[in-house]
Every structure is written in C-alpha cells, then in structure tokens.
Ligand binder design. Structure first.
Ligand code: HEC
Length: 126
C-alpha cells in the first residue's frame, strides 16, 4: 500500500516537474530569466560581465561543457560564495539555463515580460 502511494506521489512530482523535453512553460522561462538577472546578477553583475563572481558571458563560459555548468549551478562551489541552486531549478530547467548562458542572454525590456502586474512596481528599488 505504502509502496503504491510512493509510486503515485513520485509520478505526480515527475510529471509536474516538467521532466520532458520542451516542457518548460514560457512563464517559467521568464521566471528563470528574472532569477538570472536579479539573483545571479547580484554576484555576477547585472549584465553578467562579472562582479563578486566571474563573468557568465558565452566567451568566458565556453571553456566549460554544458554539463559542467549545470553541475556548478546545481551544486554551487563549496568553499566559495557560489550557492547551490538545486532547490530552485529542476534538472531540465538548469540545462535550459546553462544553454541560455552559453548562447548569450540579453535582457532587453521587450524580451522580459513582467510576470504579473504587481511585479511592475518592484523595479523601483532594484
Ligand atoms: C552569492 C554570490 C553568487 C550568486 C548569487 C551566484 N553566484 Fe555563481 N559564482 C559565484 C562565485 C564567487 C563563483 C566563483 C567560484 C569559484 O571561485 O570557483 C561563481 C561561479 C559560477 C559559475 C562558474 C563560472 C566559471 O567561470 O567557472 C557559474 C556557471 C555560475 N557561477 C552561475 C551562476 C548562476 C546561473 C547563478 C544564479 C542561478 C549564480 N551563479 C549565482 C557567486 C555567486
């Protein structure tokens, strides 16, 4: 009985966690880009050119494989300020994020849509 319950819970988690290719919704992609800009940007620079953390521009990251970047984001770098992001992104989302970094992300106003109306006001204190 318990085993069946675990199986059902596991399937539910796996299916809501976008475990399949291209299952990341547009809204979630925008959300990840917001996190990249504001959270990663607080250490790596708002334009990702580097700050406390190194540059995340494609020319500087291309020495790493996508897998290495995914591992760095997932686990962080113990002993450095780079935190693990495992609680925030699932595996597929981390791969998508690593691909965005390798391809180069630009934060133009038009490519970043506000997630909801309330978030518009938050820009003032950023
Ligand atoms: C609290 C500061 C901080 C935050 C927030 C942060 N990082 Fe980092 N990150 C660092 C530091 C410092 C390093 C360098 C660690 C080292 O010395 O190896 C690093 C390293 C990295 C590297 C490896 C770069 C390289 O050239 O070796 C990647 C990729 C990376 N971070 C991505 C991210 C992403 C993506 C986010 C947001 C989801 C993020 N980081 C958020 C501080 C941060």
């Amino acid at each position: 009985m318990m085993k069946n319950l675990f199986t059902i819970v596991f399937i539910l988690i796996a299916s809501t966690n976008s475990a399949f290719c291209d299952a990341i919704s547009e809204t979630r992609k925008q959300e990840i880009l917001q996190i990249l800009k504001h959270d990663c940007g607080s250490c790596h620079g708002m334009t990702l050119k580097g700050g406390l953390g190194p540059s995340l521009l494609p020319k500087d990251l291309k020495r790493m494989s996508e897998k290495q970047i995914v591992l760095t984001i997932t686990l962080g770098r113990p002993g450095t300020p780079m935190p693990p992001w495992e609680p925030f992104f699932n595996n597929e989302e981390t791969h998508w994020l690593a691909q965005q970094l390798l391809n180069g992300v630009t934060f133009s106003k038009t490519s970043l849509k506000p997630l909801n109306n309330a978030s518009n006001n938050e820009n003032n204190h950023q």
